[in-house]
Design a protein around this ligand. Structure first.
Ligand SMILES: *Cc1c(COP(=O)(O)O)cnc(C)c1O
Length: 340
C-alpha cells in the first residue's frame, strides 16, 4: 500500500464513528457496512494513585473492540460481492463478524471451541450465524475453519490484513482525544494481537506523518496460564516458545500459538515496551473492583487492568492509556460462578 500521510484536515469531523478516518483506511471508494462503531469515550480513572485514560472498548455494538476490524473487513467483502464467509474465534471476533455480516446480508459460518461462553453462542445465533462447535484446542478450531475457507471467503481476524486497518483507528482516536498528543504508555491485551498490532500501525502512521513526535511504549498483557509471548520475550528466543497452558478466566487472550507473534514482539520491542503476566487471583480481584465501581466488563478485560496496575509499579510515566476490551454481559455464567 502506498504511504498516505495522516492529515487532520481530512478527518470527517461530522462522523462520530471510526469512519471519521475513512480517508486513511485503504479501501476502494465504497459505502461502509457500519453499525455506528468506534470513537469510544475515554474516561480518566484513578488506579494505584495514577490517572489512567481508559477507552470504553466494551461499548461497541457487538460488545467488544473486534467491531473495529469487522466493519472494515466486511465492508470490503460486501464491495467484492461476497455472499458467504467463514471465521473462527474464541467468541468475540466471531460475534463481530456475524454482526456485520448480518448487516450486509452475508451468510456466515463461525467455528468456535465447544466450551465458548453460552452468552456468545446465543449472540452468534441471534445474528443468524451458523455455529460450528469444535471439540479440541483453539488450534483445532482454526484448522477446521481453514479447511472450510478453501471454498469460501475467510473473514479471519488473524490472517486478513484488513482487520488491522480497522483496529489501527484505536490509535487515531487516542491521539485525537488527547489533543493530538501521543500518550507515554498504552497497556493492551495480547492474544492474537489484533489490537496490539493495530495500535502499533496507527501510532506509527501518526509519527511518520509528523502528527506526533514519538511512539508510546506498548505494554502487552498475557494470562500467566497462557503466556507464550511473555516467555519468548523474556528468554530472548528467536522462535516462539511452546508453553504448556492452564485454563484461565481470560479466555479471550488464551492463544498458545499466535500466528502474528513476530509482529507482536516487534511492536513491543520497537516501542521499548514490555510483556507482563497476571494470575487468576489478580484477574478476579480486578474484575470485582471494576464492577464495584460501575464498570461491567468481561474477565478477559480485567486481565488488562490487572496488568496495568502491575505496570504502574514498574515504570514511571506521565500519560497512560488502557481499555476495557469486552462487555460483562458476554460472560454472565463465569461471573455467576465467581459470585458462588
Ligand atoms: C480479542 C479480545 C482481546 C485481545 O485479543 P487479541 O487477540 O490480542 O486481539 C481482549 N479482550 C477481549 C474482550 C477480546 O475480545
Amino acid at each position: 500500500m502506498e504511504f498516505k500521510p495522516f492529515d487532520i484536515d481530512q478527518i470527517d469531523h461530522k462522523n462520530h464513528s471510526l469512519w471519521r478516518y475513512k480517508s486513511f483506511i485503504p479501501l476502494e471508494n465504497t459505502e461502509p457496512v457500519t453499525l455506528g462503531e468506534g470513537f469510544t469515550n475515554m474516561m480518566p480513572i484513578i488506579l494505584n494513585n495514577k490517572t489512567v485514560w481508559i477507552k470504553q472498548e466494551h461499548l461497541f455494538p457487538s460488545g467488544s473492540y473486534k467491531d473495529r476490524g469487522a466493519t472494515v473487513l466486511i465492508t470490503d467483502a460486501y464491495r467484492l460481492g461476497v455472499k458467504h464467509v467463514v471465521q473462527d474465534s474464541s467468541g468475540n471476533a466471531g460475534c463481530a463478524i456475524a454482526a456485520y455480516a448480518a448487516k450486509a446480508g452475508i451468510s456466515c459460518d463461525i467455528y468456535v471451541p465447544a466450551n465458548t461462553s453460552p452468552a456468545k453462542l446465543v449472540q452468534l445465533q441471534m445474528y443468524g450465524a451458523k455455529l460450528k462447535l469444535i471439540n479440541g484446542t483453539r488450534e483445532d478450531v482454526a484448522h477446521a475453519a481453514k479447511e472450510a475457507a478453501q471454498h469460501s471467503y475467510y473473514a479471519s481476524h488473524c490472517y486478513n490484513e484488513l482487520f488491522w486497518q480497522g483496529t489501527k483507528t484505536f490509535a487515531y482516536e487516542i491521539a485525537e482525544q488527547l489533543g493530538w498528543q501521543c500518550p507515554d504508555v498504552v497497556v493492551l491485551p495480547a492474544g492474537n494481537g489484533t489490537l496490539l498490532i493495530g495500535a502499533y500501525l496507527g501510532f506509527k502512521h501518526l509519527k511518520e506523518s509528523g502528527i506526533t513526535s514519538k511512539l508510546p511504549k506498548l505494554v502487552a498483557i498475557q494470562s500467566e496460564n497462557c503466556a507464550p509471548l511473555y516467555q519468548t520475550w523474556k528468554s530472548g528466543s528467536e522462535q516462539l516458545i511452546k508453553v504448556s497452558t492452564q485454563p484461565t478466566l481470560a479466555e479471550g487472550i488464551a492463544i498458545s500459538e499466535p500466528y502474528r507473534w513476530r509482529e507482536m514482539l516487534h511492536a513491543v520491542n520497537e516501542t521499548n515496551g514490555l510483556f507482563i503476566t497476571v494470575t487468576e487471583a489478580e484477574i478476579s480481584s480486578q474484575l470485582r473492583w471494576c464492577a464495584n465501581n460501575g464498570y461491567y466488563i468481561e474477565p478477559t478485560s480485567a486481565a488488562t487492568i490487572a496488568g496495568l496496575i502491575k505496570c504502574t509499579t514498574l515504570i514511571d510515566e506521565a500519560i497512560w492509556v488502557s481499555l476495557f476490551s469486552g462487555h460483562g454481559l458476554k460472560s454472565t455464567e463465569k461471573l455467576a460462578a465467581l459470585l458462588g
